[in-house]
Design a protein. Structure first.
Length: 301
C-alpha cells in the first residue's frame, strides 16, 4: 500500500499521541474536548495513510501494535518539533506581549481569580490578566489552539503534554430538601439520596460521577437536569433531590448544608492550573501557577 506522508493530518497525529499517553480512546477524547467517535475516526484516517494499525482495542483496554511501537515515538518527536517551531515563532514575533490570557471554569471561586490578578502584577515583568470564563471543553480547546495561555479548571480530566499544578482545594457540601442541621454526612449515607446533576460542562458532574465510581457506589440521579449549578439550590428547595456543590458556590453561607465526609475526612474538589510549558510565556506561567499553589498551602496550614 502506498503511503501518502505528505497528506498526514496533524490532528490525527495528536490524537494518536494522546491515546499512546493515556492508554485510552475515551481519556484521549476528553483531553482534546472531542467526541470519542471523532477521535477514533481521526486515528483511523491516520492509520490508513500510514498503511497499518497503531492500536488494538480489546475488553482489556488499548495496546500498541508492533507497528505502533515503532511509529508512535516518531510521531511524538515530530509533534515536539512542530510545537517548538510554533513557540519560537511566537517568541520572535510577539516580544512585547504584555497579556496573560487566562480561562476559568465557572466553578473557580472569585477569591482564586483575585489572587491571580495580584500575582500577575508581581511577576518580574508585570502583565495584564485577560479573563475568559467558559465550560471545560471550550477552555481545553482554546488552550490547545493557543488562544489561551493558562486555564484554571477542576482537576477531573487528563490533558497530556501540558503542565499541571493543583492550586486550590475546596470542601464539597450536600444541599438537601430536608437539611435541618449542618452536621457532617458520610458519603455512604449521602449515597442513598437522589442527586440533581447539571450538564457535564463545568466539571461538577464529572467530579460527582468519578467520586461515586471510585467508591463503587451507584449514583442515584434525578431524571431531569438543571441548566447550571446556580439552579441546584432552588431545585432542592422544591424537593426534587439533593445536590453536591463546592462550599464557595453556595449563594449564602446561611444556606442549610452538610459537609460531606469520607470515613471522617472532608471530601474535597481540587482545582488546577494547566498550561503549555513551550509557551513563550512559559516561565511566567510557571511562576504564576507555583505562586497560586504556594498560597493554597499557606491557607491550609
Amino acid at each position: 500500500m502506498a503511503m501518502a506522508t505528505d497528506r498526514l493530518n496533524l490532528e490525527g497525529l495528536r490524537y494518536a499521541q494522546a491515546v499512546a499517553e493515556t492508554g485510552s480512546f475515551s481519556a484521549a477524547a476528553r483531553a482534546y474536548g472531542v467526541t470519542q467517535p471523532a477521535l477514533s475516526n481521526g486515528i483511523a484516517k491516520l492509520e490508513e495513510r500510514l498503511g497499518d494499525k497503531l492500536f488494538e482495542r480489546s475488553p482489556r483496554g488499548v495496546t500498541q501494535t508492533a507497528f505502533g511501537v515503532r511509529i508512535l515515538p516518531l510521531i511524538e518527536r515530530a509533534l515536539a518539533a512542530l510545537d517548538a517551531v510554533g513557540a519560537e515563532a511566537r517568541r520572535l514575533t510577539e516580544p512585547g506581549e504584555q497579556k496573560i490570557r487566562m480561562g476559568v471554569s465557572p466553578l473557580i471561586g472569585s477569591h482564586l481569580v483575585a489572587r491571580a490578578f495580584s500575582m500577575v502584577q508581581g511577576l518580574p515583568a508585570p502583565r495584564d490578566l485577560v479573563l475568559r470564563e467558559a465550560n471545560m471543553q471550550e477552555l481545553r480547546a482554546c488552550l490547545l489552539a493557543g488562544q489561551l495561555d493558562i486555564i484554571l479548571i477542576p482537576a477531573v480530566a487528563a490533558m497530556p503534554r501540558f503542565e499541571h499544578r493543583v492550586i486550590d482545594v475546596e470542601p464539597i457540601v450536600v444541599v438537601s430538601p430536608d437539611t435541618a442541621e449542618a452536621t457532617p454526612v458520610e458519603l455512604t449515607e449521602a449515597g442513598k439520596e437522589q442527586f440533581i446533576l447539571v450538564p457535564d460542562t463545568c466539571g461538577l458532574t464529572t467530579f460527582t460521577t468519578q467520586l461515586f465510581q471510585a467508591h463503587e457506589m451507584p449514583l442515584n440521579t434525578y431524571p431531569g437536569e438543571a441548566a447550571g449549578y446556580r439552579v441546584l439550590e432552588d431545585w432542592t428547595k422544591l424537593g426534587l433531590g439533593s445536590a453536591l456543590v463546592p462550599r464557595s458556590k453556595l449563594t449564602s453561607p446561611d444556606v442549610c448544608h452538610r459537609p460531606l465526609h469520607d470515613q471522617g475526612r472532608e471530601v474535597q474538589i481540587s482545582f488546577e492550573a494547566v498550561w503549555n510549558a513551550d509557551s513563550p510565556l512559559g516561565p511566567d506561567l510557571l511562576r504564576l501557577a507555583d505562586s497560586l499553589a504556594a498560597t493554597r498551602l499557606q491557607s491550609h496550614t
